[in-house]
Design a protein around this ligand. Structure first.
Ligand code: SF4
Ligand code: SF4
Length: 98
């Protein structure tokens, strides 16, 4: 097993742990409106259903996703599935990640 496999396994374990435990409203989601390509992979994979397609086109001509503003579990799945670097960021609130 190489280092990349080990890192992905560890990331996966963290995601699963955060998904199983009740961790509602644990993260802050920031979407870079003009970087999002509107692919909606994050919308489809969010276990809390707090992401949705937005109503406004960004300067690339895509409907950027929006965050509901609350209810994020901080699992990071949206971050891992997003193909656009910097389009979506999740900050787990300090003190909640133990
Ligand atoms: S981190 Fe992303 S995928 Fe996970 S609950 Fe929050 S918005 Fe949804
Ligand atoms: S996965 Fe990334 S690029 Fe695709 S809609 Fe979500 S934030 Fe935008």
């Amino acid at each position: 097993m190489n280092w990349y496999c080990l890192i992905y396994i560890l990331k996966f374990k963290v995601c699963v742990r955060r998904f199983i435990v009740d961790v509602s409203d644990r993260g802050d989601v920031v979407i870079a409106f003009h970087l999002c390509k509107g692919c909606e992979l994050c919308v489809a994979s969010c276990p809390a259903n707090v992401l949705a397609r937005g109503a406004a086109l960004n300067r690339q001509g895509y409907y950027a996703v929006t965050y509901a503003g609350a209810g994020c579990r901080g699992c990071g799945i949206c971050f891992y599935v997003c193909p656009e670097p910097g389009a979506i960021t999740v900050r787990v609130r300090k003190g909640d990640d133990d």
